[in-house]
Design a protein around this ligand. Sequence first.
Ligand SMILES: Cc1cc2nc3c(=O)[nH]c(=O)nc-3n(C[C@H](O)[C@H](O)[C@H](O)COP(=O)(O)OP(=O)(O)OC[C@H]3O[C@@H](n4cnc5c(N)ncnc54)[C@H](O)[C@@H]3O)c2cc1C
Length: 442
Amino acid sequence: MNKEICKFDIIIAGAGVGGISAALAAARLQQRVLLIEQADEVGGTGVFSSVSLICEFRDRGGRPINSGIHRELFPAAYTHYSEQVVPTYDEQQLKANYNKLLGAEPLLTIWTGSAVVQADMRDNRIAQLHISGKHSGIVSAPVYLDATADGNLSALAGLSYHLGRESDGKLQSATATFKVSGFDRSLLQQPDIRLWSAIHSLRRELLPFYQELKEAGGTNNPRTGVTCFPYPDGEALLFNSTSVLEVDPTKPETVERGIKEGSKQAEELFAAIRQHPAFQHARLDYIAPKLGIREGRRIVGEYELTAEDCLGTRHFEDMVAACAYSLDIHDPEGGTTRLERIPEPGYYHIPYRSLIPKGAGNLLLSSRCISGTHEAHSSYRIMASVSAIGEAAGTAAALCVFQGLTDVRQVKPAHIRFILQMRGQFVEGSVERVSLPTASSS
Ligand SMILES: Cc1cc2nc3c(=O)[nH]c(=O)nc-3n(C[C@H](O)[C@H](O)[C@H](O)COP(=O)(O)OP(=O)(O)OC[C@H]3O[C@@H](n4cnc5c(N)ncnc54)[C@H](O)[C@@H]3O)c2cc1C
């Protein structure tokens, strides 16, 4: 192992949408950023679990309440939006986009195939991280970001967390998504599957084949319906329709079981839909390489966001991000999904305090692991809000470093909002001008 300590301004663990958005935000503020990803490529759940749908990021008046880096990741969702068309993305396109944006930042170092395996604490601060894998060794920085989705870095740092719903600790179900192409759209009742009306019609057409499979005992999938979304070109479908219970990302053996069970359910469902005349020659292009896990640790932070905050469209003085997506709980016991829309005006604020874990002075939460309840998490876990959370966390971390602050709590939300606003992100509340570092002063 290389014993020399590599030093950076900011170290981010996890390169999903939260970590990538944070890395871009911080590197653009002239910080030397290290982004560490345990997988061989960056992208996380949005690429390797193929989730497809660009979930709601507008208020009821149609105004985007997430923009900024999210807009750079999914530009067509802003420029080509139509209420009739299902807003989806192609995960290969997203991956290419991530790599293009990350590759344009000279101050950003990316280590893939490298996992954070230990965090050394000193006086309630992370002093250094141990990395294993391709870049094994020790790294340190004044500020760290936990973008691991499951709060793995915070757990390594010994911080408190919640897991699962409050009543019994059970987690939302997991899903193995899969891609299908090569079907004959002319044999569908509505061939242009890019449209909401056509996709609803298709789901109804496929349902009897799935029901027959279930009635014959041909699958353990507890779902009652078939859920699929079109790829943007309307030539392929992404099925988000399997359901595996009791998968806990902190217990590798349950994930192993989940991968096997999810793949089995995907193959069973694919065989069933091939009974439909349009799908007789369809191809199962792939089952997503990473099991889609909806929920992991929620780190205890300075403020715990609740369902009442979401459904009460709550505003916070320290808002640094917003979310317009419904509470969306895939029943841990396999029952029907609870989908509850955010009432008028259709969004709520995410406060800076929810990004600050209790018990550490130099760590910020930068993915779906922010501080919130099981119900609130089911809403803000989607990519638009996680991107906004990441962008805010990366901005706050950069401010902390270049203002020479010793604790992330000292960063002013009005300063974070000033920078976010300048860069095209949606903010509400007062902003306070702050001078930014230039390339030459870094
Ligand atoms: C089945 C399913 C369907 C979904 N559908 C949608 C949808 O339609 N639309 C939508 O917007 N959202 C959807 N979501 C939610 C959304 O995709 C995720 O919540 C979001 O992408 C999470 O982003 P993240 O950055 O928090 O985490 P991730 O994208 O999971 O990234 C975390 C990264 O951290 C890495 N990591 C973990 N531990 C370490 C470590 N110790 N060291 C280094 N790296 C580490 C992981 O390998 C991973 O790459 C869905 C989720 C699932 C599971």
